[in-house]
Design a protein around this ligand. Structure first.
Ligand SMILES: [Zn+2]
Length: 441
């Protein structure tokens, strides 16, 4: 039995523009056709019909960098310098995190993201606690909420970090590999290696993460040059700036998804471009932690693919990719004193199709063959008015309340303010129970 569904809406964002009176057809989680509603309806007369009047269907957004458990720690250690923030939120709470807490934190993060139109998240997860049970709790939460997950399994061996983060190179490789193999063939989960950063992963760990990415044929994720102290550390320890250091290890190539890239010199910008590396840019987090401003237009000119990430809930603190599109454009414009240096189209692409390219997933646009991951915006919402400028208003003005539906892999997961999978009430009571249990930390 065919379970095709045909969605019609006032507008569908396809081929780079809002198309009026369009329809799309979904089957087995994949878009099989998109085009003028009349033609598509005639081609698929038996499809179940969903008429989304007053709506505009847009691709689901791609969150290229998050740490789901950090949503539990939101608001804790706000307004502190980075190292104090890290100590008072992450390191202080890490010993309390059990499997239930990791699961609840991931439900909170992923459930909230769905409400904001995020349909894929890359979760850079490092609280392994000596195995993969916590990893599996995150993956289970993604499945329960119904979000598409890239599980960026962190490889971390810096002795200054909490014990729950640390593994030997052999343990990290073996556990990451076994998880990746287990989820091969699962269209909703991909596992990528993620050596944490030049300051929290040894050269051996970074090289092992890169080798494993080649073996699995995936990208790998790594934090690079978020804070100035990280540049000082690679200069002190290896005599090289971070990008030159990574290049000296032989890992700077088209598999690298570098996160942040705030403190780069010209030679590093050019080198990443030449090597085909990409960026997961987290503007709100960089602002909240006072990291600095990444040189986005320069990186784009150098050929670096740019995606957007929210980073963890306790440094963003909103975890919406539409929010990051707006923040990215505003921050770059004011820093460069140039209102033309990035456009609404540029940042929308970063949060959708470019995120898909960086993560190497068939998502990020509404076209035949791509996953059926999309959101429907209520075009009567006042934050989108006037409708004549729908695109610019979606990027610069839209509030989350305008998001009326979210579909991921053909599954309807959000409708008119309510998650259809795990309820908001269940998520918030799980979080409340944890804080009751923890008492005063
Ligand atoms: Zn991060």
């Amino acid at each position: 039995m065919s379970r095709r569904k045909r969605y019609t809406a006032d507008y569908v964002y396809a081929n780079g523009a809002f198309q009026k009176d369009y329809a799309l057809v979904e089957e087995n989680g994949v878009i099989v056709d998109v085009g003028p509603a009349d033609r598509v309806s005639a081609a698929f007369p038996d499809a179940e019909r969903l008429d989304w009047e007053g709506k505009a269907i847009v691709p689901g957004t791609v969150n290229a960098h998050n740490h789901s458990f950090q949503s539990l720690l939101r608001g804790i250690a706000a307004d502190k310098p980075f190292l104090e923030w890290r100590e008072q939120s992450l390191y202080r709470y890490t010993p309390l995190l059990d499997e239930e807490a990791i699961y609840a934190g991931a439900l909170l993060a992923f459930g909230e993201m769905i409400r904001y139109g995020v349909t894929t998240v890359s979760d850079f997860f490092y609280v392994h606690n000596g195995g993969t049970a916590y990893d599996e709790a995150v993956i289970q939460a993604a499945k329960d909420v119904g979000i598409r997950l890239v599980f960026a399994r962190t490889m971390y061996d810096w002795s200054g970090a909490p014990a729950a983060y640390r593994e030997t190179v052999a343990e990290a490789v073996e556990r990451t590999r076994s998880l990746a193999v287990k989820y091969q063939g699962d269209s909703m989960v991909a596992v990528h290696p993620a050596p944490h950063s030049p300051h929290a992963a040894s050269p051996e760990m970074i090289k092992a993460g890169h080798r494993l990415a080649m073996e699995l044929d995936t990208p790998f994720h790594i934090h690079v040059a978020e804070e100035m102290f990280e540049v000082e550390e690679t200069l002190r320890d290896y005599g090289l700036r971070p990008i030159h250091y990574l290049d000296s290890l032989g890992v700077l190539d088209e598999r690298m998804i570098a996160i942040h890239l705030v403190w780069l010199e010209d030679s590093e910008v050019g080198l990443i471009g030449r090597r085909g590396g990409s960026l997961a840019y987290c503007p709100s987090s960089n602002m909240f932690l006072a990291d600095g401003v990444t040189r986005i237009p320069d990186l784009m000119r150098a050929g670096v693919k740019v995606s957007l990430g929210t980073d963890g809930g306790c440094s963003n603190n909103r975890i919406s990719v539409f929010e990051e599109m707006r923040m990215c454009a505003l921050l770059q414009k004011v820093t460069r004193l140039d209102g033309t240096c990035l456009t609404a189209k540029d940042v929308f692409r970063m949060g959708t199709a470019s995120g898909a390219e960086v993560l190497r997933l068939p998502i990020g646009s509404i076209e035949a063959g791509k996953a059926a991951d999309f959101a429907a915006l209520d075009i009567q919402d006042l934050s989108l008015a006037p409708k004549r400028e729908l695109f610019a208003n979606m990027v610069y003005a839209m509030q989350p309340g305008a998001i009326a539906h979210v579909v991921v892999g053909g599954r309807h997961v959000f409708r008119h303010g309510c998650l259809l999978t795990v309820t908001e009430q269940e998520i918030s009571s799980r979080v409340d129970r944890l804080f009751d249990k923890w008492g005063d930390v």
